[in-house]
Design a protein around this ligand. Sequence first.
Ligand code: SF4
Ligand code: SF4
Length: 192
Amino acid sequence: MAILSEDPERSRRARARTCRPCSLCCSVLRVDELDKRAGTDCVHQRGEAGCAIHDSRPRVCRAYRCLWLQGGLEDEERPDQTGGVVDLEPMGGGVQLAIRVADLGTFDDSPMLQAIAARYRTQMPVRVTDVRDIMNPDRPFRVLLAEDVEHRVEGEWIEVLRAGNLVERRRMSWAERWARRASIWWRNLRLR
Ligand code: SF4
Ligand code: SF4
């Protein structure tokens, strides 16, 4: 898969990049060590000045590197410019591109996020989620697939669109519902 392959240019970009002035992941992602929910600003965020506790920040903050910081996206696609934090994540036996935005409308308003999704969706699912209503397990999300197919998921229901047109609306299969409920149970356990 060419888009995933390590190449010298990607490595060079990764070495040359630093986060500042971006701090979008400090708002969008969860930090359990700080009891910080996804979608809320971290109390240690200092805007373009970065992290107020940089030298003693939690291990998860030290370890985290979004796809842009790893050199996997173009220079101009830094998260604070696109509006979304982008990662490659394992999914089943494969991998998916995860785009996390503060609000689902952000994706529709960001030509750069749409361009990133278009590059990747031919090779892997692209999952677009928002963190606005993070405690709601039924909150909607979208999965963009090859051949202009999109799944819009809300609760246990899936709308299948092709080229933007609704072609099917169905309830998840028994196995999908079971997997979803197990995932919600596990997530609630971690958030307790
Ligand atoms: S979203 Fe990426 S570039 Fe921005 S602060 Fe986080 S790791 Fe750095
Ligand atoms: S502790 Fe620092 S690096 Fe971690 S989320 Fe907060 S501001 Fe970001």
